[in-house]
Ligand binder design. Sequence first.
Ligand SMILES: *Cc1c(COP(=O)(O)O)cnc(C)c1O
Length: 466
Amino acid sequence: MTDMNKNLRNLPGVDHLLELAKKDQKFSDIPRSVVLDSLRQTLDRIRKDILAGTDPVITDDIILENALISAQEKIKPRLVSLINATGVVLHTNLGRALLCDEALFHITAVAKTYSNLELNIETGKRGSRYDAVDGLICELTGAQSAIVVNNNAGAVLLALNTLARHKEVVVSRGELVEIGGSFRVPDVMEKSGCILKEVGTTNRTHLRDYEAAASERTALFLKVHTSNYKIEGFTTSVALKDLVSLGRGKGVSVMEDLGSGTLIDFSKYGLPHEPTVGDAVRSGADVVTFSGDKLLGGPQAGIIVGKKESIDQIRKNPLTRALRIDKLTLAALESTLKLYRDEERAMQDIPTLKMLTLPFTEILKKADILFHAIKNAIGSLAEIKFSDMNSRPGGGSFPELDLPTRCVTVQPVNLTVSRLETAMRLSTPAIIGRIEDDRYILDPRTIQDGQETIISSTLARILKEK
Ligand SMILES: *Cc1c(COP(=O)(O)O)cnc(C)c1O
């Protein structure tokens, strides 16, 4: 008891500690408020320990050392770069598309200085931020008009709100999807102020279902790309162009939410055919929406293309201002889109496209480099093998598609696979692999050049610590 009181009395004051920290080089980069917070927390913790009956050794140095660790933790960035060894190219949790170098240069260039974001340089008058990309988007998709907003969820909300508020929107029951991250078609529709009119069944919807549902209250026929799942077997859905002809006859507009939306016909590169944005535009849809950071491989953005009349209406909606795209995104989007003028260049320079279509021979080379880097670093601390498996495109593109890959698998001799996975994840940089059949799996498809050595040295450190 007396010890406890004595210990509490002997705790140094926070002002005294702060003075010491001020003179300590190790604290020099840490803001005073953070140091103070950390010192208080450290003292609190010690006080609790004393009250709980322990008899801790307390010196100024020990307290400062503990406070330094907690202060460093506090100033560490929360959003950090990491290594994606999952093989999922558009990994929603890992930031979806990587930007191309051109986009990065462009972002830096317009971020460091003033820009003509909303100035028409020729006339000296006010310009529109959308001028940077709308012409380019029309050129690449064949659309009459285009506008870009913050993301595709916003694009869908905005388009529905503009074209169908207080009116009915007819959607197939097979397309009332949830995309993840709480984007659900019926909920977005409700928020946009329109009335959902479901037609057909989960697996089959016919043109006559849309026809029967259309009335004077109908503003829109909506098609939604079932991005992240696939219905197989006895199924029917209505082609966009058929819906367009029906809509024309009835005076109902037609919109398609393509979700991922690609400008490239991937069937040329050995992947399944996905209708391109150009296909949707040619089908005659009034409005087509898609993401900037899925198959397009650019920054997060929502792109809306379509008939001039519809896009003009969308531009005038006050919601457009609330959802407007930021200048850094605009810079990245313009640079990414420009690459599409030369498809070969796009396939090489846009990381998403490159990773998705990486030839198997290239995967083998990458797997080999990874395998040998690991083998050299860890010797016999784990069993290392090749395993032919599948990567996934991810990001709601190409649902259920398997991309053949060759993974490197690691089975530690004296550590469980799940502890290895955790330790890799908690390293700096974090390395995200996966576990399958009690093996730790590294897929070279999404590992960037040069990251092999980080992976192997991290593995070596973890396995040698054991
Ligand atoms: C991904 C997706 C969305 C949401 O797009 P974000 O760019 O993530 O906002 C909407 N609709 C479909 C069909 C999608 O696949």
